[in-house]
Design a protein around this ligand. Structure first.
Ligand SMILES: Nc1nc2c(c(=O)[nH]1)N[C@H]1C(S)=C(S)[C@@H](COP(=O)(O)O)O[C@H]1N2
Ligand SMILES: [Mo]
Length: 323
């Protein structure tokens, strides 16, 4: 299911934002050239160098990337939802360093030919990393543009060889109360571990992505290190972080937010401005960091603007019923 033509939301490589152009070119600079560049643009280089994480080797995937300007690194890494570390937007950046992400393994189970415990490196090794600049639209009506690095979920799934009974893929986040203070909280509404799932054809869609990095380096813990899902046409809560389990299933799994409030957060959770959340409108969104104030709100697009790629998955389904 690969795109032959450039979709409407993509841009030629020459037009991507200055920062990602810079980050991509950086990979081809060596020795003297790099230090000359460092001298001429010290601010930019210094800002880049202070970012934690390991530099990743990746190819830009402009055919899967928006031309909208990515949010600054600081916004992406200090305004987060990761309830394992608390419900405040700053809690994950404060406390996610208490989680240990190396070594990391992922348990693969259920309806497939290759179950087992995979070291993260083994799961990812055969794949070439891509950079994809996606919009992320939270159900709370804020959004950001984020330059992810990772691999298409479909590529990883193919190697695990799901059988014909595998109709859904289920994911689980790390369950480690000693490392995750939100899991120790008496006020937590989530029945840990955090769980999510996709229908098999959604998981195999070319947009479904397993991210291991952002802005060219390994993911900060607060963004779901070392491996998290990104499904850009669905509300952000589907994009489960810090994955330790992948299970192929016959039956539709229950996701965490669906377990808490099925009338507010459904299994499908496709971004849809026509269907309001029971407690607020989904017509507009606050694109961060600039969109905080009402005059700067923007209109939310159906499927978060990715309808060309995914609308076909839902033919014949009444999307107002499958929130
Ligand atoms: N394990 C886990 N994954 C999670 C969450 C969470 O609380 N726990 N929050 C979700 C929500 S509501 C959103 S909007 C996105 C936010 O991703 P970001 O913080 O990297 O922007 O992560 C999703 N993945
Ligand atoms: Mo969210």
């Amino acid at each position: 299911m690969f795109i032959k033509q450039r979709p409407s939301w993509s841009v030629p490589e020459s037009e991507v934002t200055p920062e990602s152009v810079y980050l991509n070119r950086r990979k081809f600079m060596t020795g003297a050239i790099a230090s000359a560049a460092a001298l001429s643009i010290p601010g930019l280089v210094r800002a880049e160098d202070t970012r934690p994480g390991t530099v990743l080797d990746y190819k830009a995937a402009p055919q899967f990337s928006t031309d909208e300007k990515p949010a600054p690194y600081d916004a992406i890494t200090t305004y987060n939802n990761f309830y394992e570390f608390g419900t405040g937007k700053q809690d994950p950046s404060r406390y996610a360093s208490e989680m240990s992400v190396d070594p990391w393994s992922v348990e693969v189970e259920g309806e497939c030919a290759n179950p087992g415990k995979y070291a993260l490196e083994g799961l990812l090794k055969p794949h070439q990393y891509q950079e994809r600049i996606y919009r992320l639209r939270c159900v709370e009506a804020w959004s950001m543009v984020i330059p992810w690095v990772g691999v298409p979920l479909a590529e990883v799934i193919k190697r695990l060889e799901p059988n014909s009974d595998a109709k859904f893929v289920y994911f689980e986040t790390l369950n480690a109360p000693e490392q995750m203070r939100g899991q120790r909280s008496l006020f937590s509404t989530i029945d840990w571990p955090y769980r999510e799932g996709l229908r098999m054809d959604e998981a195999m869609n070319e947009l479904s992505f397993l991210a291991v990095g952002l802005y060219g380096k390994t993911l900060p813990n607060q963004n779901g290190a070392p491996i998290r899902l990104v499904v850009p046409w669905k509300y952000g809560f589907k994009s489960i972080k810090s994955i330790v389990r992948i299970r192929f299933m016959k039956e539709q799994p229950k996701s965490s937010w669906e377990m808490i409030a099925p009338s507010e957060y459904g299994f499908y959770a496709n971004v849809n401005p026509e269907v309001d959340h029971p407690r607020w409108s989904q017509k507009m969104e606050r694109r961060l960091p600039s969109g905080v104030f009402r005059p700067n709100w923007i209109e939310t697009e159906k499927f978060n603007g990715y309808g060309e790629q995914v609308a076909g998955l839902y033919k014949g389904m009444d999307l107002s019923r499958y929130y």
